[in-house]
Design a protein around this ligand. Structure first.
Ligand code: BTN
Length: 239
């Protein structure tokens, strides 16, 4: 079921409320043209100019995934987005943990909100903000890009939406089949800065290191010039 709202504060928030008030079908989607108070990761605001971009959220139930494997939801969604972008001739990279980058700029953000019971993820709300036809971003979002900024073309949002949903859904099916090996190997193949020397910040110190991979828990594995291997959770390492 697709619920199209002319305007809403946040599609994640709207869908979350719906799940509390009624039994929703698997893959219920809420999409809007105007999102007035979009939620980003770490309580950030997600900027999106009305009518220009895709801002929507999908509800998946019966995910039944062990909490220790929750990062695989991010993996599947990130791959759905990169698969889709490649089909329109864009060359995306996944910036760990789950930002989609093109040419060192962010084109898409993902906000995943899981519903956990004991040690199992029962259902999840996946919010996606994909910059499509927007060409100007505010000071706060200066590291952003869009499909139009890359290709110089305008896109019909509906067409892109259908294809994007199919690509996400294919990867979620792989997740439901528990094919973790292929998900992880695809993720590593599409990862931003993998195997490249880069300066990171850990607490307040600089670390020159290379990304080597990820743990099932989502930790980032990096190796420094002395071949020391370190693993970091989100927020412990800054790019
Ligand atoms: C990020 O910070 O990178 C995540 C951004 C997620 C934005 C999308 S837009 C649709 C959905 N509804 C929200 O309020 N946020 C997500």
């Amino acid at each position: 079921m697709i619920i199209k709202l002319p305007e809403t504060e946040s599609t994640n928030k709207y869908l979350n409320k719906l799940t509390k008030n009624q039994e929703l079908k698997n893959k219920t989607i809420v999409i809007t043209d105007i999102q007035t108070n979009g939620k980003g990761q770490h309580n950030n605001y997600w900027e999106s100019e009305p009518y220009k971009n895709l801002t929507f959220s999908i509800f998946y139930k019966n995910i039944n995934l062990d909490v220790n494997k929750q990062f695989y939801i991010s993996i599947a969604v990130s791959l759905g987005i990169t698969d889709f972008l490649k089909k329109i001739n864009i060359n995306p990279k996944i910036k760990w943990p789950n930002d989609i980058y093109v040419n060192n700029k962010k084109i898409c953000g993902i906000l995943i909100e899981n519903n956990i019971f004991k040690t199992t993820i029962k259902s999840t709300i996946i919010g996606i903000g994909l910059n499509v036809n927007q060409t100007k971003f505010t000071e706060l979002t200066k590291n952003a890009t869009s499909i139009k900024l890359i290709t110089n073309k305008n896109y019909e949002l509906n067409k892109l939406f259908n294809s994007l949903i199919n690509n996400i859904d294919n990867n979620i099916s792989t997740l439901i089949k528990k094919d973790f090996i292929s998900l992880k190997s695809n993720y590593l193949n599409n990862m931003y800065l993998i195997n490249k020397t880069h300066t990171f910040k850990i607490k307040n110190t600089k670390l020159i290191a290379k990304i080597k991979g990820i743990e099932d828990t989502g930790q980032l594995i990096v190796v420094d010039k002395n071949n020391n291997i370190n693993k970091y959770f989100l927020k412990e390492i800054i790019f």
